[in-house]
Ligand binder design. Structure first.
Ligand code: ARG
Length: 582
């Protein structure tokens, strides 16, 4: 609703500019306050006080002028001028009632699915781990933040193309293939169950044996020149490594599947043509034998222009080259309107360079929006990147195991009599949800401190709190023997608590818009948390099953259902499943 009033005010200020009341160049930030005392309206705005002086008017007179100029709108029932010149807005209660009743019975909670004209093709590059190693905690962020944005865009009706740009190419594969070969030659079973261990062992062989290292280098060259034998080994390795990832996605409830994988290696065949195209466009410069592009907008601290290296002196291509090829593919073949990259913030320069060059070289035209949705680091209690005690990176599987174990213990402590099967089931969902939610609820651009106790708390903005809030709504319907998903009817908003909740529930579409535009799931988290809080105080003050009249009971049930469905839908969009009891 705030955005409605803001839009009306903006429109009014424009009219006043045309009338010469306000100067053309005043563009104030419109701030709407939620009023404490609702007899003074729902929102208050101090815009007239801000603009009075430059307009040479008394604030109350200007407020008067604003309200008389403002177009009437069915959503606002009244405006009033208060104190030194505040404008108070009263939301039209019957409009509000109508909207919440409609949202409850509409499919998708009344979220306007985008019209055909507005449907965008959005390519989302996320998760994208390196297959040479096991997924570690750093991949958690990309996988779950990306997936939440994917779900929200799809819910709005956009066409989403998932791209898991896995690192399946590079010199480390020579070492891995050499180790595979050695194990096979020794008739040992290929042990890739512990990929991390396998990587470490092959690295050790590489460092200790010159012969092994030479073989590794030979194998890279052979792999690059398309040798069948190498290719088979490489495929075998990647397919096992990918199974590890898929198992994690399944466990995390991340919607990526095998068919979304389009790794770096798929662009190998395009890399030469990328370099050729840059040469044709006269953008290439040779520097120390390497082929580079220099763009003025990228300078280091000393003011020197930074190169974008696309081909090494030995002829090898680089990370940037395959990303350029990927941009071209996404723009020209996939016909993307937007491409969103959920990749560590530390790669910001890389993406800025790649995007700028892709536009300049015409790999992507100017209408396509390339957006790096960078994220910060997940830190341990010491504020440094999360590591094991021995200083190794934490494997994602180990982290998830621990989360599940802790959550099972927590659920057990709350329900000492629960049977083991339910305990396991509920504990596992709570554990995974807690890890995901703790991450998703933080502004992605910032670093955050990973903390099991906090994320598993039943208080505050956490998954357990919200999942529990949902079970409270569910239990009302359980008691009443009604189905939350099918109930509908007229909603009457008599008390402030009901109005507050209704107002909040109607913000869902706006929140989703913001989420998908900015790629920031934490806005949705805060929103669900607010809904849960407002529901709680509504529930406390407005008896539902024990309401005074049948009509009141029905109305409150409907409002509770909309709250329950909103919490559930919101959590689902974050990739978190609700439970009926816990
Ligand atoms: N594999 C890379 C890494 O783990 C991330 C790839 C991100 N996507 C991209 N198109 N560069 O750092």
């Amino acid at each position: 609703m705030k955005s409605v009033v803001e839009a009306l005010l903006l429109q009014t200020l424009d009219t006043l500019k045309q009338q010469g009341v306000l100067a053309e160049d005043v563009n104030p930030r419109i701030v709407l306050q939620n009023t404490k005392d609702k007899s003074h309206g729902d929102f208050a705005c101090n815009i007239a006080m801000m603009l009075a002086k430059p307009a040479g008017m008394n604030p109350r007179d200007l407020a008067e002028r604003i309200t008389s100029t403002m177009p009437s709108d069915p959503r606002i029932s009244n405006t009033q001028i208060a104190g030194p010149g505040f404008i108070n807005f009263f939301v039209n209660n019957s409009w509000l009632e109508e909207q919440v009743s409609k949202a409850l019975s509409a499919p998708n909670l009344g979220i306007n699915t985008v019209t055909d004209n507005d449907v965008q093709t959005v390519v989302i590059d996320y998760s994208s781990p390196n297959l040479a190693k096991e997924m570690h905690v750093g991949h958690l962020r990309s996988s779950i933040i990306g997936d939440a944005v994917v779900r929200a865009l799809e819910f709005q009706g956009h066409q989403v193309i998932r791209q898991n740009h896995v690192g399946d190419w590079g010199t480390q594969f020579g070492m891995l293939l050499a180790y595979m070969e050695e194990q096979q030659n020794n008739d040992e079973d290929l042990d890739l169950a512990d990929l991390e261990g396998f990587y470490r062992a092959s690295k050790q062989r590489f460092d200790e044996s010159e012969k092994f290292a030479n073989r590794a280098r030979e194998l890279v060259v052979a792999l690059q020149s398309g040798d069948d034998y190498c290719n088979k080994l490489w495929q075998e390795f990647n397919s096992i490594s990918l199974q590890h990832c898929l198992a994690i996605y399944k466990r995390l409830g991340v919607s990526l599947t095998a068919k979304d994988v389009r790794g770096e290696s798929t662009y190998n065949k395009d890399l030469q043509s990328i370099v050729d195209a840059l040469a044709d466009a006269k953008l290439l410069v040779e520097s120390n034998g390497a082929q580079c592009v220099f763009m003025d907008e990228f300078k280091n601290k000393e003011g020197e222009t930074l190169p974008i290296i696309v081909q090494k002196s030995g002829g090898g291509f680089l990370y940037a080259t395959s990303d350029l090829a990927a941009v071209r593919y996404r723009a020209q073949q996939l016909k993307a309107d937007r491409v969103l990259y959920f990749v560590d913030q530390r790669q910001a320069l890389h993406f800025n360079q790649v995007f700028a060059l892709a536009h300049k070289a015409g790999f992507a035209n100017d209408t396509i929006s390339l957006e790096h949705m960078g994220f910060g680091t997940m830190n341990g209690a010491d504020g440094k990147p999360f590591k094991t005690r021995s200083g190794d990176t934490v494997k994602l599987v180990d982290l998830l195991d621990e989360a599940e174990e802790r959550a099972i213990a927590l659920v057990r402590s709350k329900n000492p009599d629960m049977d083991t099967a339910s305990l396991e089931k509920i504990g596992k969902s709570v554990g995974i949800a807690a890890v995901k939610y703790a991450d998703l609820s933080k502004d992605r651009a910032r670093d955050y401190i990973f903390n099991f106790e906090q994320m598993l708390s039943f208080e505050g903005n956490t998954a357990p709190y919200l999942m529990y809030a949902y079970t409270r709504v569910a239990s009302i319907f359980d008691k009443a023997g009604l189905d939350m998903n099918t109930i509908n009817g007229d909603i009457t908003l008599a008390s402030e608590k009901e109005k507050d909740l209704a107002n909040k529930l109607l913000q869902f579409p706006e929140i989703l818009d913001r989420l998908t535009r900015r790629g920031q799931p934490h806005t949705l988290c805060s929103y669900i948390y607010e809904v849960a809080g407002l529901f709680s105080s509504f529930y406390e003050h407005c008896p539902i099953l024990a309401a005074d009249t049948e009509a009141e009971k029905q109305s409150r049930l409907c409002l509770a259902a909309l709250a329950g469905k909103t919490i559930k839908q919101g959590l689902n969009l974050l990739g978190i499943n609700t439970l009926e009891r816990m």
